[in-house]
Design a binder for this molecule. Structure first.
Ligand SMILES: Nc1ncnc2c1ncn2[C@@H]1O[C@H](COP(=O)(O)OP(=O)(O)OP(=O)(O)O)[C@@H](O)[C@H]1O
Length: 330
């Protein structure tokens, strides 16, 4: 009998370790580095936010973790260890067992994962029977339980619907039910609320926050929105042009940001503290993969860059307890 939120043993070691990960886009003529040697860990129950503007490499990082890169994408170097097992190069069958069951992912647009011609009930129960190996009857019970928990008081009605009949917020809640029903140890949420309007966005964020509290799962939360980071994360990793430029806990990020890019992101984010400061957007755009400038990749947009910044690539260095920054000037 399914008993809802059964406890899982909490381990002290990292759930996910990404080590020197380099992901490239390759065709016959060229090779472009998209994710360039990134290292980070996610601990038990930790919510890590991966932030940066569009095109920084956040999604390609998450797809590298899930081994779901598009056809031209290849992991050229590095390891992605999930509970100690390297997922890079893992057999497809083994990876399929981990994906969905141990690591679940929700996307910005749930329609990319939902099949438009199958009812919600069929899709949710199919995922549960496939990953948990339970009977159809048991899967239906689990599905109903989770549909209720994500805010559908009458799950039987939702089960009969087709995805296109639901609003964006409802579809995202269905995706959450589907992801959570298999009790993943790691949830990767890639801009899960970006496509929703603000009130629905707040409801879905509340829901995800509640689920994080209730369960033992760790979360990698991908967003370009620092407001969302402040609400959701324990730790923040700031990415720029395929590299990590700052990695620290959420309090330090907001009170003592060090990298000029992080400061720029904060300066371009509205605050609700009553002050009427002008927003200062960062000038320019993220360089695209394949045309990263020499030296510091942010130098062309950086207000404090000096000549030396363009002649050598800064290393990601420790600048305090649990705080790393990639900037020559820090
Ligand atoms: N299918 C593709 N073919 C070639 N280049 C790609 C492809 N998808 C992404 N890229 C490039 O990879 C780099 C990183 O893209 P990625 O989607 O990971 O960024 P992101 O930070 O997640 O941005 P967004 O929030 O817009 O998804 C960008 O330079 C982008 O142009």
């Amino acid at each position: 009998m399914y008993s809802g939120n059964e406890g899982r043993a909490i381990l002290s070691e990292a759930i996910l370790e990404v080590k020197s990960l380099r992901t490239v886009f390759k065709d016959k003529k060229s090779e472009k580095t998209i994710v360039d040697g990134i290292d980070f860990e996610i601990g038990p129950n930790e919510v890590v936010a991966l932030v940066g503007e569009s095109g920084c490499g956040k999604s390609m990082t998450s797809l590298s973790i899930m081994q779901l890169l598009p056809r031209m994408g290849v992991i050229a170097e590095g390891e992605v260890r999930f509970r100690g097992h390297n997922l890079v190069g893992m057999k497809k069958r083994e990876m399929t067992r981990i994906r969905g069951r141990k690591i679940a992912m929700i996307f910005q647009e749930p329609m990319t994962s939902l099949n438009p011609v199958l009812t919600i009930g069929l899709q949710v129960t199919e995922a549960i029977t496939r990953h948990l190996g339970v009977s159809h009857k048991e899967a239906a019970e689990i599905a109903d339980d989770w549909l209720r928990r994500v805010g559908f008081p009458e799950p039987a009605r939702i089960r009969k619907e087709y995805p296109h009949r639901l609003s964006g917020g409802m579809r995202q809640r269905v995706m959450l039910a589907m992801a959570m029903a298999c009790k993943p140890e790691l949830l990767i949420a890639d801009e899960p609320t970006t496509a929703l309007d603000v009130t629905i966005q707040a409801q879905v964020l509340d829901l995800i926050r509640g689920l994080i509290k209730e369960t033992d799962m760790s979360v990698l939360f991908i967003t370009h929105d620092l407001g969302v980071v402040a609400e959701m994360a324990n730790r923040v990793i700031v990415m720029y042009a395929g590299q990590i430029v700052e990695n620290t806990d959420v309090i330090t990020l907001f009170t003592n940001p060090q990298h000029p890019y992080t400061k720029g992101l904060l300066g371009s984010t509205p605050r609700m503290n009553g002050t009427m400061d002008r927003l200062n957007p960062i000038p320019g755009t993220v360089p695209s993969a394949g045309s990263f400038p020499f030296g510091c990749r942010f130098a062309d947009r950086c207000l404090v860059a000096q000549a030396g910044c363009r002649s050598q690539m800064p290393e990601l260095r420790s600048v305090g307890k649990d705080h790393q920054v990639r900037c020559l000037l820090v």
